[in-house]
Design a protein around this ligand. Structure first.
Ligand code: ARG
Length: 472
């Protein structure tokens, strides 16, 4: 008859190697064993499988675990290979392990189970980086340095203000990763192929056994259907088997973080080039031919990881785009984009933390450079504006002075001459000589900008407290 044709489940053919994800599935080997165990325990508790058979399967899984991923028989993927290894040990009853499930809900559960761990690791790496930034910032609240726009000297700031600008962004990255964690932390198991099962499965029980407890974030936003009805479970079985937006969200959070991180790396590469930061030898590298070179290679690699992450996100979204419900094998090639991204970004973040923690900021060089390029011009304009000159007019005075000084800081006589031209009156009709001198001094210029979030030491002290509180 044509009804029951027993054939090797994965005979393959020419496309055998192409179809198999067994090697890549090493990443979810431990996850699959955990998922198998939880499922078998639940099947026994629900009297779907005898306790004795369940015990034999669990014992076999123990052996499969000690033998390791490399010892698995051939298979289309890790799920099939583990099942084959269990049947080899238990006999036909080992096949009861796959009652009331499909590889579709199984693989989705495995990915979420493993990704949780990876997301926590990446979030921890962002926290370690933030700690390194805060520690360095605490030492440099008073270290004045040039601040740039368009790569040109713009206004003096401090090293602490600069470092905390990145800390603030990385704090949001931590939050985004933890949000992604919350929505990842739900169990698809029990969805079977996508269409549920007639067996009396307890999906909340397997979720509990696997530590899926949903997230406060997803619950609060009501973003997960059935969040109130089923604890820790992706309720709709078609959504559970097909959904990979948790991968997209996680990878997007990583790519966002890597993008900001590449900006920090770029700043440090530029500053190292100018002698504004001394990177520790462990984070620099020499040239194989040019003996005098000390290059910021480590940070250039950190900068490049944004390329991996954006590529990973783009590869993932391109693979997911237009996939119809419910399961399509394309999904097998979606997952590795997320693994590669999370590995590259976590590593880069940890390396950046080390580089920041060991870097030194030469205060004298930085302060000397802080006033270059007439970076105090805005402060003088502000002083005039505070004395009642319309800011636009004050801007005109300083723009004319800048032009006359041709890239340098004009002396006070020049400023006064220009003021006379533009305002028709002496500069000192509006502001005292001391006031102008203070505005031209980079240290006092920074100290004067004490608006909330600004670079003045008192304002940065508040930001430091907020950053420290955010990390705890
Ligand atoms: N290895 C597959 C994946 O990663 C899971 C297997 C499901 N295969 C299938 N033909 N339904 O998506």
């Amino acid at each position: 008859g044509s009804g029951v044709v027993r054939r090797d489940r994965f005979s393959g053919g020419p496309a055998r190697g192409f179809m198999s994800s067994l090697a890549a599935d090493e990443r979810i080997f431990a996850a699959d064993l955990a998922v198998d165990r939880a499922h078998v325990v639940m099947l026994a508790e629900q009297d779907i499988v005898d306790d004795e058979v369940a015990g034999d399967i669990l014992a076999a899984l123990e052996e499969v675990e000690s033998a390791g991923h490399a010892a698995l028989p051939e298979g289309e993927d890790v799920h099939e290979a583990i099942e084959t290894a269990v049947v080899e040990r238990v006999g036909q009853d080992g096949g009861k392990m796959h009652t009331a499930r499909s590889r579709n809900d199984e693989v989705a559960t495995c990915i979420r189970y493993r990704l949780r761990e990876d997301l926590l690791e990446s979030a921890e790496a962002t926290v370690a980086l933030r700690e390194a930034l805060v520690e360095a910032a605490a030492e440099h609240v008073d270290t004045v340095m040039p601040g740039y726009t368009h790569l040109q000297p713009a206004q003096p700031t401090t090293v602490a203000h600069f470092l905390l600008s990145y800390e603030s962004a990385f704090a949001r990255d931590t939050a985004r990763l933890l949000d992604a964690y919350d929505r990842t932390n739900r169990s698809p198991l029990g969805a079977a192929a996508f269409a549920g099962t007639p067996f009396d499965v307890d999906r909340e029980r397997t979720a509990e056994l696997l530590g899926f407890d949903g997230g406060s974030a997803s619950k609060a936003s009501g973003a997960s259907s059935g969040a109130e009805r089923l604890d820790g479970v992706v309720a709709n079985s078609m959504d559970a088997a097909a959904g990979r937006d948790f991968l997209a969200e996680s990878t997007a959070a990583l790519a966002t973080h890597a993008t900001t991180l590449s900006g920090l790396a770029e700043d440090l590469v530029i500053f190292a080039n100018k002698g504004f930061v001394d990177l520790a030898d462990e984070y620099s590298s020499t040239s194989s031919i040019m003996p005098q070179k000390v290059n910021p290679d480590t940070l250039e690699l950190v900068r490049a990881v944004a390329g991996d992450a954006i590529g990973g996100l783009s590869g993932l979204l391109t693979t997911l785009k237009g996939l119809p419900r419910a399961y399509n094998r394309d999904l097998q090639r979606a997952t590795p984009h997320a693994w590669e991204t999370v590995d590259a970004v976590s590593e880069a973040t940890a390396v950046a933390a080390g580089a920041v923690a060991t870097a030194e900021w030469p205060a004298e060089t930085l302060e000397a450079a802080a006033g270059e390029g007439f970076s105090t011009a805005t402060g003088v304009a502000d002083a005039l504006a505070m004395a009642g000159v319309p800011f636009r007019t004050a801007h005109e005075v300083l723009a004319a002075a800048a032009e006359r000084a041709d890239g340098d800081t004009p002396d006070i006589a020049t400023l006064d001459a220009v003021a006379a031209d533009v305002l028709g009156e002496s500069l000192f009709t509006y502001v005292s000589r001391e006031r102008v001198e203070a505005a031209l001094d980079p240290v006092q210029s920074v100290a004067s900008r004490d608006s909330a979030g600004g670079p003045a030491p008192e304002a940065v002290a508040d930001q430091l407290v907020d950053a420290e509180t955010g990390i705890d």
